[in-house]
Design a protein around this ligand. Structure first.
Ligand code: AMX
Length: 457
């Protein structure tokens, strides 16, 4: 058992009775109108899922158990003023702000899991990952690695042997989810070393350090004690990169339930597939160009733009380049959002990270350009008059900061995103099983029926 699981266990009776009350007494209450437009428009806006961890507000952005990013920064425990992703796990799962000690209990839990595996991937997973073509897409590698981890799923094994009843499904789902998250540093380290180092390890796990540190270490981005420090960063840069990783991993954990990776994890999980298979399905969705790839698009865009403008102070030239893109009917990557109607607060904290380290970034033309665009593009997009939100989203900044510190393989960015995003959907999967939610099975309609419905109304 762990402090987190014990705290969770105490919450279960009340939450189950709240759900039961809704089911028994209010099942027929109507809360939304489903339109033909939404059915043929990607179910946009349909209020049709239960999702407890986060809600997305058009003006305030993502809220974690009702707390804005700023409130999370002010109250969740962390290092150097940046909250640890582990504290977010506690918050999302229990709804309570953890103490530093509770936060560390999650770090310890991950390290215990890793120690029990000798700080290595399970042997069969390692062997499969070692034998993948080294140029296989990093997201395909992540998906394969997660699926292989399911070989040791406690949930699947207990279920297969008929050893658990419905009320207990959550317990081994919790255990598997923690094993999955604990293994991510090893898995993404393996993928990165396949990508850049012919599969040779770039670093090792340090069992006294936090989850994000170990991710950095396995990417070869910590001091030489733990990793090869592949880009020869100085101590301050290494600490800053570790903090960037903590920040990035902490703010990308969840974005409501309807986005593809979250929804897919929930949908596949509703079949009682184990957490590894469920989240691997979410990862397959995250690999799609319309979902997880925006950060790499932004980096490509900034690199090209910088080649054309040379001088980041040449506002006129930058503006004319932006207009050129818009006039050729293309979008400005990193700007706009389907739901948000204000600057993305996640972008703002990334920008703050840069502003607090001006010396580090003052000679980086790409980062300078990113900052400059955030002041120029919104008014251009407003003049352009098409998009509903002219402001930067989180992807406007994140990739170029990784690039700055030497993670320059653009296809790899989504893998780091996939590490962070494991947290929200897996927390929800645990709750899905606490609630005993049924298999998802919406009703579909054929085109003829839709047409018939429109003429009869
Ligand atoms: N540059 C130029 N035009 C844009 C634009 C941008 N950044 N954002 C939106 N528009 C255009 C749309 O293409 C659309 O044009 P159309 O009517 O000719 O089809 C019009 O403005 C209205 O779009 P919208 O309602 O404001 O946005 P949306 O919900 O349809 O799309 C998004 C949202 C993010 C896909 C869109 O803003 C976009 O393509 N942005 C650039 C890519 C990007 O940054 N993606 C990352 C999003 C963050 C994330 O979810 N990870």
């Amino acid at each position: 058992s762990s402090a987190l699981k014990d705290t969770l266990r105490e919450l279960i009776p009340l939450q189950r009775s709240r759900l039961k009350d809704l089911k028994t007494n209010h099942s027929n209450v109507k809360i939304d109108n489903i339109t033909v437009g939404s059915i043929i428009g990607g179910m946009r806006g349909n209020q049709s899922m239960l999702w407890d961890g986060t809600t997305l507000s058009p003006n305030e952005g993502i809220k974690f158990k009702g707390m804005t990013i700023k409130q999370c920064q002010d109250s969740l425990p962390g290092i150097d003023g940046i909250f640890l992703p582990e504290s977010m796990i506690w918050l999302l799962l229990t709804g309570k702000i953890p103490t530093m000690q509770e936060t560390k209990s999650i770090t310890n839990l991950f390290n215990e899991i890793l120690k029990s595996q000798n700080n290595c991937l399970p042997i069969e997973v390692d062997s499969i990952m070692n034998n993948l073509p080294k140029d296989l897409h990093p997201m395909t590698q992540l998906s394969i690695g997660l699926e292989c981890l399911s070989n040791n799923s406690s949930f699947a094994n207990l279920y297969k042997d008929g050893k658990i009843g419905k009320n207990d499904y959550w317990d081994s789902t919790f255990d598997d989810s923690m094993v999955l998250i604990a293994n991510l540093p090893l898995l993404i380290g393996k993928i990165y070393s396949n990508l850049i180092n012919n599969g040779k390890s770039l670093g090792s796990i340090n069992n006294s350090m936090d989850w994000s540190y170990n991710i950095c270490s396995m990417l070869g981005m910590t001091s030489t004690k733990d990793s090869i420090n592949k880009n020869n960063l100085n101590d301050k840069q290494l600490i800053d990169f570790n903090n960037l990783m903590r920040l990035y991993l902490g703010i990308h954990v969840d974005h409501e339930g309807g986005n593809v990776s979250a929804h897919t994890t929930h949908l596949v999980g509703s079949t009682l597939a184990d957490p590894f298979l469920s989240y691997a399905s979410g990862i397959n969705g995250l690999a799609g160009p319309l979902h997880g790839l925006a950060a790499q698009e932004v980096v490509r865009f900034l690199i090209n733009l910088e080649k054309n403008v040379n001088d980041v102070n040449d506002n006129k030239l930058i503006e004319s380049q932006i207009w050129e893109i818009l006039n050729s009917n293309k979008v400005i990557p990193g700007y706009g959002h389907a739901v948000l109607r204000k600057p993305d607060p996640r972008f703002n904290v990334m920008l703050e990270f840069v502003e607090n380290r001006q010396q580090e970034f003052q000679d980086d033309p790409h980062v300078q350009l990113m900052q400059k665009l955030s002041t120029l593009v919104p008014s251009i997009l407003l003049k352009h008059g098409k998009c509903n939100n002219p402001y930067p989203n989180v992807d406007a900044a994140s990739g170029i900061l990784f690039y700055h510190y030497g993670i320059q393989e653009l296809l790899f960015f989504t893998v780091i995103f996939g590490c962070s995003r494991s947290i929200g959907p897996l927390v929800q999967l645990i709750w899905d099983r606490i609630y005993g939610l049924p298999i998802e099975r919406p009703k579909s309609l054929d085109l003829k029926t839709l047409e018939k419905l429109t003429t009869s109304r």
